[in-house]
Design a protein around this ligand. Structure first.
Ligand code: FES
Length: 105
């Protein structure tokens, strides 16, 4: 069985925004696209240490790090442009009963 962590209620994270999941180590970021889909990735940008949960921008299904403008695919965590060359870890998200949970995969 995989441990899962309750992050928040669905309506606590606005579409088009991200948050850092409290109490995770390494830190996990939860993202909700404008379309309402939830994704979870490593919180720290893979280029340098920068919180994507606190500072990342969402554009469709892409996550943009505003520090040096690296882009990542939210589904795979793969970098889409330089300066990032390493993928972000991704985590399985479950939405159940109006609550959002993240599980390590
Ligand atoms: S720290 Fe994210 S692109 Fe440089």
């Amino acid at each position: 069985m995989t441990d899962r962590l309750r992050v928040c209620a669905v309506d606590e994270l606005d579409p088009g925004t991200s948050m850092t999941v409290a109490g995770t180590s390494p830190a996990i970021a939860l993202h909700r696209t404008e379309g309402g889909d939830f994704f979870a990735t490593a919180d720290s940008c893979s280029h340098e240490e920068w919180s994507l949960g606190e500072e990342g921008d969402l554009e469709g299904d892409e996550l943009v790090c505003p520090l040096h403008m690296a882009r990542f695919d939210l589904r795979s965590g793969k970098p889409l442009c330089l300066p990032a060359t390493l993928a972000l870890a991704t985590y399985h998200v479950v939405v159940e009963g109006g609550e959002v949970f993240v599980a390590a995969t």
